[in-house]
Design a protein around this ligand. Sequence first.
Ligand SMILES: [Fe+2]
Ligand SMILES: [Fe+2]
Length: 328
Amino acid sequence: MPNKKKTSTTKKTTKSKTTTEVDEAKSHLPGNTHMEEISRNVHFINHRFHSTTENFWVLLTSDRHHDNPHCNQELEKKHLDEAKERNAVIIDYGDLFCAMQGKFDRRASKDDIRPEHQSGNYLDKLVSTATDFYAPYADNFAVMGPGNHETAMLKHHETNLTERLVERLNMSTGSQIKTGGYSGWVKFKFWYGKDSPGVERKCEGSVNLWYHHGYGGDAPVTKGTIQTGRQAVYVPDAHIVCTGHTHNEWIFPITRIRIKDSGLIYHDEQLHLKTPGYKEEYEDGYGGWHIERGGPPKPNGAMWLRFWWSKSTNNAIRGIQYEVTRAK
Ligand SMILES: [Fe+2]
Ligand SMILES: [Fe+2]
């Protein structure tokens, strides 16, 4: 069993919320969805299903590199519009900014900067132009965490671009997006059916998602799938593990054998997802940093997580269910 000892950054929760309290909680998210901040990198997303035909969608994204001229902003917009249509919740775990074109950066190149960022207040412009782009979708964003491109800016230039963007989006739209950590948890908690005012109904199903922006090199042959074996050992409570950073894409299930207190043996699964992001830097392979270092072409996109409620008489597929598909 995992050690249940709390870390110093985790606040103690007083009691689980009743469905009435959940519905009344203030939240900017669409549909029957509400969010609670438990600590700086633990967020609960609560959703109530009213029928078995209803879907609850989550868009999992990383590595937008939004300000990079090679960012496929058209694809970003397509997925954001789909998220709006589906009342989806968006969780983004870093490298939303590229932020490599300041005059302070030796890697800066005059060919690699968008015209809207060619000004003396480069970092301010990154935040204001990103706010303009994401503001129509602010109600769909739940959590935004930093990647190494944002933490590098904090380290060298003492500004947290993730916090600045969240702050500005919240100020300009009234949304209540939360910043997350470089790694953190989103616990999805579910209820089914009508609420009975005054009657306490505890959460009827939950799924734990652990995100980490990612680390390490490109791993051109294994694509980083070896990390799933390590993470499966030290993140035992996650049903879903999401990472980005290498701009690879895969869905990698790890099936485990378990036993109940009654002695019943069963299998469960930890699902590892690598989201590719939106930067297209190979193109025709003519040249550039990525080509010169032998970088391969990379996929673009994100992942859709769809939840639904099943009333099947088969216990194995009863209650909260989910599947993952590629956002293309
Ligand atoms: Fe990245
Ligand atoms: Fe990264």
